[in-house]
Design a protein around this ligand. Structure first.
Ligand code: NAP
Length: 523
């Protein structure tokens, strides 16, 4: 009998009574669980969170909300080994990939917990000092940020069932909003177990955190004006969510984290085998193979000065072919399968589309040589490196996100302006990297691409030993990007709380304002 994945709503577990959707171990293709939430009353689930969880959270101080986040992190950490193993079975993750997701989740929760402790006994934020509005120093303006009194609806992508849930939850809970989170179906096994731990250990007060496993049903038809929706996934789904009738009618805040054709630029100054060159090769290879390339921040387009194309290709091929692909639980394997059959089909189609303008220079369509895994059973695709001759003409490379172990190297003249013009053809990304020790080159490029990217990562010999690469999303820096990346913004320390709080301007008698701000903390 397959494990049935349940939702946790209205303070209780819920299992649907319709036809179940199966989810599979991507290494073997064997079904491991089934999900079905038909009959779930989404309107009641949201209302329970608003009415039961909201008042509890708003009554808590920032320090208490921080303690709650720390307790969640501690509960998950206690089950770390079990959760890492589950991540391997349900998501095809190597132990390193699984840690990236799970430790990233607990690390982000802990970071927000510490911010809560620092904010202390306050319950809302005071945004900046008094602003004098007249000749009299008594008549002033202030800004406050108060928790919104609705529910935060979080819809997550399949690739980070733990981190994706936690990074959104951390900012919402610290901001004072209860959460209803919908896990992506293909990797919901891990999401359900994470929530099961919190329920069994009674970590979270009733209504503060609910889980939907399975379809989103008619949930977004029940949003109200105080609710917010934060979505991570494909641009197509993001568009549907944003344009939902109730979302538009009720002016519901929506944050979208979507596709991104992230890029890296190698500077013309970087010599082969130098520290900066090696960092570039290492980080490009990591982004291609970590989580089998299923990272929203992974580089897809690698811009290389035309006279360095041959050397870059040779070094990348050497690095990539050293990566063993196969059963993610086997020793030495550094890349596992894609997370689902649908992913494999999409990546196969994507590589074929790229091949209309680019040539494969490493790897091939198909699983390739696998360690301890049956190619015909699992969802494997070996790493594929492509190369184009005419970067500007290769339109599909700048518009088609192939969400797997696939990258394309593209030549540019060596001028920062040329690299920037090509990079910006991606029309908005989460992160772009510049590898150069030449400050003027890096600065010129950065100024031209910053409006198109949520984050810029500068790789150089000065930081080579500290660099964690562009793929890691840090709680202290914002995550999100303009244009095709969804135009959203998350994290960034306390900046991440803004989405969950209403900013209100106050104008009046200074002592009166000081009195009503007594429960706030200035940031
Ligand atoms: P997806 O197919 O768009 O699904 C994302 C989530 O939306 C899933 O939970 C899915 O549920 C749900 N969903 C689907 N249709 C919906 C609807 N009509 N109403 C409400 N929810 C709906 O994306 P994915 O395949 O999981 O993720 C891959 C994509 O996510 C890639 O394009 C990647 O770039 C992007 N991504 C972006 C970021 C970022 O931070 N920018 C991070 C990670 C991934 P089901 O699973 O039940 O279908």
């Amino acid at each position: 009998m397959l494990k049935r994945l349940r939702s946790h709503v209205c303070g209780a577990w819920f299992e649907g009574n319709g036809t179940a959707v199966e989810v599979f171990d991507p290494t073997t293709g064997v079904a491991i669980a089934a999900v079905n939430n038909s009959g779930l009353d989404f309107a009641a689930a949201l209302q329970y969170a608003r009415e039961t969880g909201g008042p509890v959270l708003r009554a808590m101080t920032f320090a208490q909300r921080g303690e709650l986040l720390m307790a969640i992190a501690a509960a998950w950490h206690e089950f770390r080994d079990e959760l890492l193993a589950l991540s391997t079975v349900s998501g095809g993750n190597t132990r390193g990939d699984a840690k990236f997701d799970l430790d990233g989740a607990t690390g982000t929760l802990s970071a927000y917990a510490k911010m809560g402790a620092k904010l202390g006994e306050a319950r809302f934020l005071i945004d900046g000092p008094p602003i004098r509005l007249s000749r009299s120093p008594r008549f002033v303006g202030r800004h406050v940020r108060m928790p919104r009194v609705g529910v935060a609806i979080h819809i997550n992508a399949f690739n980070f069932p733990a981190w994706g849930m936690a990074e959104k939850m951390a900012a919402a809970i610290l901001g004072g909003m209860p959460v209803v989170t919908k896990a992506a179906t293909s990797t919901a096994v891990l999401a359900e177990r994470l929530v099961e731990i919190l329920v069994e250990k009674e970590v979270v007060p009733p209504g503060v955190f609910s889980l939907i496993c399975g379809s989103a049903g008619d949930m977004l038809q029940h949003v109200t004006t105080q609710d917010v929706v934060a979505f991570t996934g494909s641009a197509a789904t993001g568009c549907r969510i944003r344009s939902g009738a109730a979302v538009i009618e009720k002016s519901v805040r929506v944050n979208v984290e979507a596709d991104s054709l992230n890029s890296a630029v190698l500077g013309p100054d970087v010599k082969r085998a130098s520290e900066t060159w090696d960092l570039f090769i290492r980080e490009v290879c990591t982004d291609m193979t970590q989580k089998a390339g299923q990272k929203c921040t992974a580089m897809r387009r690698i811009f290389v000065p035309v006279d360095k194309m041959d050397a870059v290709r040779e070094d990348l091929i050497e690095a990539i072919t050293n990566v063993k692909v196969g059963n993610p639980s086997s020793r030495g394997v550094r890349m596992g399968p894609l997370a689902s059959q649908a992913q494999l089909a999409d990546i196969t189609a994507g590589i074929e589309e790229l091949q209309t303008v680019a040539e494969i220079v490493c790897g091939a369509l198909g699983p390739g040589e696998l360690v301890d895994a049956e190619a015909s059973a699992g969802y494997f695709q070996q790493p594929v490196l492509l190369q184009v001759k005419d970067s500007a003409a290769a339109a599909i490379v700048h518009t088609r996100e192939v969400f797997g172990p696939v990258q394309t190297i593209l030549p540019y003249s060596g001028a920062a302006a040329h690299a920037a013009a090509l990079l910006n053809l991606g029309d908005g990304g989460l992160v772009a990297s510049v590898y150069s020790d030449h400050r003027d080159f890096a600065a010129e490029l950065a100024l031209a691409v910053a409006p198109y990217n949520g984050r810029l990562n500068f790789g150089s010999k000065k930081v080579a030993e500290f660099s964690m690469g562009p793929g890691a999303v840090l709680p202290t820096l914002i995550h999100g990007g303009p244009g095709r990346a969804g135009a959203g913004e998350e994290l960034g320390g306390l900046r991440g709380l803004s989405f969950y709080m209403q900013r209100t301007a106050l104008q009046g008698d200074e002592p009166l304002l000081a009195h009503l701000l007594a429960d706030g903390v200035e940031i």
